[in-house]
Design a protein around this ligand. Structure first.
Ligand code: SF4
Length: 239
């Protein structure tokens, strides 16, 4: 799945950021992840290859800003051009995952209206505190496609009150990766799934994380097996 990183770098915001992989990766190469810079791929959706075809082929699902946060303050001057590229490419499906949903209303373009059909907003809620802080805000943000992601899932999270509104099309759960990964318990994942089933909202178990507890037993799972192990649980739900 194509990734478009128009800028790189971010600032830690909440518990889910503690072991941020952007920081981990940058530390390993002596780079300061707190410095936000535009990347050479800034205009990727506009770029064409030698044949004249777009580098991002029509019909692609594009995850935006995976080494930053799309709504980070440092990128306020650059974001309008990104919206313009999304406007120019209605043939792509853009997915934006954010912990800064509180900034969305100030950062959406003037012609956003009720949202664009080719843009999906994902709100990250890693624990109950952030779910209760971010989801009421997210409910008020207009968008054609809204999804919730608990990753890294750091505890049991009750979102039933928010699912009642019927505006979310998917909830995804995943554990934490990396050497300092915190535990993810299968019971938490199942409880979220049960909430989704009760409210007729699709559910996806994305990955176990590196330290996964099931039936009272701790499993240490290497990165390449975290998604396949989650898939083997076969608990995804489509209403
Ligand atoms: S918001 Fe995302 S990219 Fe930014 S520090 Fe937190 S985990 Fe890292």
């Amino acid at each position: 799945m194509p990734i478009w990183n128009p800028w790189h770098g971010c600032h830690k915001l909440s518990a889910g950021c503690q072991n941020c992989y952007v920081y981990r990766r940058d530390e390993s190469v002596g780079r300061d992840a707190s410095v936000v810079t535009r990347t050479a791929d800034f205009d990727l959706p506009r770029r064409r290859g030698r044949s004249g075809d777009y580098k991002l082929p029509p019909g692609s699902t594009v995850f935006a800003c995976m080494t930053s946060d799309f709504f980070v303050e440092d990128a306020d001057a650059w974001r309008p051009d990104c919206w313009q590229m999304m406007r120019e490419r209605p043939d792509l499906q853009f997915h934006i995952i954010t912990k800064r949903i509180h900034r969305a209303m100030d950062c959406l373009p003037d012609d956003w209206g009720g949202g664009w059909p080719n843009v999906t907003l994902w709100c990250t809620c890693e624990d109950q505190e952030q779910a209760d802080r971010r989801l009421p805000v997210f409910l008020a943000v207009p968008a054609r496609h809204k999804r919730i992601i608990h990753e890294p899932m750091l505890g049991p999270i009750d979102i039933e009150a928010y699912l009642d509104a019927g505006t979310f099309e998917l909830v995804t759960c995943g554990g934490e990766s990396g050497p300092r990964a915190r535990l993810c318990r299968y019971d938490w994942v199942l409880a979220t799934r049960a909430q989704c089933v009760r409210h007729g909202v699709a559910f996806h178990f994305k990955q176990t994380g590196a330290r996964f507890v099931k039936d009272g037993r701790l499993y240490r799972i290497e990165r390449r097996l975290q998604e396949p192990q989650a898939a083997r649980a076969a608990i995804d739900y489509t209403p």
